[in-house]
Structure formats: structure tokens, C-alpha cells
Design a protein around this ligand. Structure first.
Ligand code: SF4
Length: 363
């Protein structure tokens, strides 16, 4: 509790906000800062940070929610896997309600398909070990934060010779997505880099951003002072026209080199490939697939399923929101039709989605 209080100290928060105002006092252009982490999106909403910043500082939510960036075709294929006899789908809860083109895992479960919510990949492996008559497919989505745990689980399955456990990899890498955004239409003047992901990968993978695009990056934590201070550092860098770099505000967790053990296990199990993201399309070298040694655990190689053509709801603008081009309030379904009880798109389903964050905190 003491730890949390320290990072939510209102006096210090006020001081940082005043410093931000003082920096932008004579700066007349808009400063657009994007966060690419769903936990930051929720924290920004929860602490009401948008409302206390100067008008010319705009916070954009990028592709930081793993469920939201998972393309519709992945959901459709997961549903197709659930139709196979004796297959049990093990998934994180956030994926359960995400609408696919024709159904959702939740609807499939209600018609008797075997879908179970788990809290870790290890839970899924244990289910496989306890249910030898089932083929358990774990829906492995998430960024560099979750992929090391999946890699460790697969190594365990391999060592224990478990034959009825598989993963469907939808893992994604954050730095290539940041580069794709910088090459796209949206104007970004600074990045708040993700805290959890950076604990694994360190700060080095972002260094191309200030070097090639001249944009400051700050890796920060999830408390009020963490986020405000990251904004201050970015704003100061821009207003004073300093040389941009990658700063680590979240020093209590992040080192430049990251977590070497976690990176090693990821490297052993996965290799990078060009991967499809919702809203962003195919991004070069942005996904993780299994290396040949682990192909026997690759659901896509083991199970041959037919998936109908993907159909996205044309009124859902999740894709545009993930690119920072629109906000949830620009969506005509927001609140009127789409809400957490009746989510139309993944950005409202996920507890880290921008639409869910706006619904909960930004009104
Ligand atoms: S409010 Fe709903 S329909 Fe609109 S973009 Fe968000 S998730 Fe999609």
C-alpha cells in the first residue's frame, strides 16, 4: 500500500502537471503522444489524465491490447478448431466474448463445444495432462510479455513428452507495430512505451525510433506519477528541441538489455514472421511462430480446418482506433449499441481495449 501511495502522491502529481504546463506555455502546435500498452490505456483513463493535461497535448491509444490486435481470421480459426471432435479450447477470458465473423467462443460453448477459460498456459498444459482423451489447444495470444511463459510451457510439454497439447500462436511483437504506425498516416510526436513488454525486451529495441524517426520514447510504469512523468519527459524533449532518445522511467523493472533468460527461451521456441494485425494488416517480422523442433505442438500444422471468408462488422472502427486515427467517440455504435454487456468489437470486449477504457472512465 505504501508503494502505491508513493506513486499516487497528489502533491507530486500537481508539481509534474505544472511542469508540463510550463513547458508547453510557448509551444503552439499540438503534441500527439501515443501509448502502445492496454494497461497504460486503462491507467490513463482511471487517473483522468486526459482531463488534466493542456489542451494541445493529445493522448492516442495505439495497438497495445493483445485481444484487440488479434485479427478476425484468428478468432474464426479458433472457432473452427472448437468444432473438431475431442478438442478442448483453452483460452484467456478476454478472448471468450470476442465476436468472430459468424460466432464467438462463448456462443460455441453455449452449444456444447468444449471451451475453457484458463489463467496461464501452464493451466492449459495441466488440463491436457489430466485429460488424455482430449486434444487441448491453447490460444496463445499476447505480446512479448506472455510469449516467454508460453515458450516455457512448450518446453515442459516437450520434455514431458505430452502429446495432446497444442498452441495456436497469435503472438505479436510491439516494436515492428510502432514502426508500421510511423510509416502510416497518423502523426505521432512521442511514444509512451509499454512497461511490461519492456521488462522482457529492454529499451534497446526502440532505439531505431528516435534514430530514424526523430521521436522521443519513454518506457514507464502504470501508476499516476509514472505516466505523468513520462508525459513530462516527452513534452520537455519536444518543446526544448532536445535530441530524442529512449528514456527508462520504469527503472524499478526495466533494464536496457531486458530479461536475458526470457529472451533466450523465446528465441529457442519461436521464430519471427510477417504477421497480420487487426487494423494494421500484415506487418513484416511482427509475429511469432513455432520453430521446427516444436511443430508437433502447432495446432495450425496438426489440425486441418476450413475457415469461411472473414467478415468484419463494417460499423466497428476498432482498426482505425488501434492506428490512433480515431477515438471510440468517433464510432457511431459506441454506447448506443456497443457496450461491455453487448460488445460489437474487441476494443470493447477486452479489459484493456480503448473502447472499454473510454466507456468506463472518459465520460
Ligand atoms: S465502440 Fe464497439 S463497435 Fe465501436 S469501435 Fe469500439 S468496439 Fe467497435
Amino acid at each position: 500500500m505504501k508503494y502505491i501511495d508513493e506513486y499516487r502522491d497528489s502533491g507530486l502529481a500537481k508539481e509534474i502537471v505544472e511542469k508540463i504546463y510550463s513547458e508547453v506555455k510557448n509551444y503552439n502546435s499540438e503534441i500527439k503522444i501515443m501509448e502502445v500498452c492496454g494497461t497504460h490505456t486503462m491507467a490513463i483513463g482511471k487517473f483522468g489524465i486526459r482531463r488534466i493535461l493542456p489542451e494541445n497535448i493529445k493522448l492516442l491509444s495505439g495497438p497495445g491490447c493483445p485481444v484487440c490486435v488479434t485479427p478476425q481470421s484468428y478468432i474464426d480459426k479458433a472457432i473452427a478448431f472448437s468444432q473438431i471432435e475431442n478438442v478442448k479450447i483453452a483460452t484467456f477470458g478476454d478472448m471468450f466474448k470476442v465476436p468472430g465473423s459468424y460466432s464467438s467462443l462463448e456462443k460455441e460453448k453455449s452449444t456444447g463445444k468444449d471451451v475453457e477459460i484458463v489463467y496461464s498456459p501452464m493451466d492449459a498444459l495441466n488440463i491436457a495432462k489430466e485429460n488424455k482423451d482430449k486434444k487441448v489447444i491453447f490460444l496463445a495470444i499476447g505480446f512479448e510479455t506472455t510469449s516467454p511463459a508460453v515458450a516455457m510451457t512448450l518446453k515442459n510439454a516437450y520434455q514431458e513428452n505430452v502429446k495432446n497439447f497444442f498452441i495456436f500462436s497469435g503472438h505479436k511483437l510491439i516494436p515492428p507495430a510502432m514502426e508500421a504506425l510511423l510509416k502510416g498516416k497518423v502523426e505521432i510526436n512521442g511514444f509512451i512505451c509499454p512497461g511490461h513488454v519492456s521488462t522482457i525486451i529492454g529499451s534497446e529495441p526502440y532505439e531505431f525510433i528516435p534514430e530514424n524517426y526523430g521521436i522521443p520514447c519513454v518506457i514507464t510504469g502504470f501508476e499516476l506519477l509514472d505516466i505523468l512523468y513520462a508525459i513530462y519527459l516527452i513534452v520537455r524533449n519536444i518543446c526544448r528541441k532536445e535530441k530524442p532518445g529512449v528514456e527508462i522511467e520504469y527503472r524499478r523493472s526495466v533494464k536496457r538489455e531486458g530479461n536475458l533468460k526470457a529472451k533466450m527461451v523465446m528465441e529457442e521456441v519461436f521464430e519471427v514472421y510477417d504477421s497480420k494485425w487487426r487494423g494494421l494488416g500484415i506487418i513484416p517480422l511482427s509475429g511469432l511462430k513455432l520453430r521446427e523442433k516444436f511443430w508437433e505442438y502447432d495446432a495450425e500444422r496438426v489440425f486441418d480446418v476450413k475457415v469461411n471468408e472473414t467478415k468484419e462488422n463494417e460499423n466497428c472502427i476498432c482498426g482505425e482506433i488501434l492506428k490512433g486515427l480515431k477515438t471510440p467517440k468517433d464510432c457511431k455504435l459506441y454506447r448506443k449499441v456497443c457496450n461491455p454487456e453487448n460488445p460489437v468489437g474487441p476494443c470493447m470486449v477486452s479489459s484493456e481495449g480503448a473502447c472499454a477504457a473510454y466507456y468506463k472512465y472518459e465520460e
